[in-house]
Design a binder for this molecule. Sequence first.
Ligand code: HEM
Length: 91
Amino acid sequence: MISITLKSEDTTKHFTIEQIKKHNKKDDFWAIFRNKVYDLTDFWKKHPGGDIILEGAGKDMTYLFDDIGHSLDAESLLKQYYIGELEKSKL
Ligand code: HEM
């Protein structure tokens, strides 16, 4: 059975790296993970690994995250903080 969903508009937000870079503070903390953007302002204090997570503020934290060897549980925690997609560079 094939089901087709028609959407009148795509409401997904897209952010450029320049926009994301500005959210690099404890009380305004965004980060990129695998081309998706997350607002971790309400999460970082609960991070089991401590303040080190702040190193990812305003950046692509994919490498930092993978380097630690986080669990799949850690990755699925991210879903609730999703805010949009990284705008692909036009270069
Ligand atoms: C810059 C990015 C990050 C760094 C450098 C980092 C670092 C670490 C470190 C060093 C630990 C190990 C703590 C220990 O074993 O005592 C840890 C554990 C953990 N972190 Fe992160 N973290 C980052 C981002 C995140 C994010 C975005 C999430 C989820 C939203 C997350 C969730 C967890 C969880 C759940 C653990 C417990 C162990 C596990 O389930 O893998 N971390 N982190």
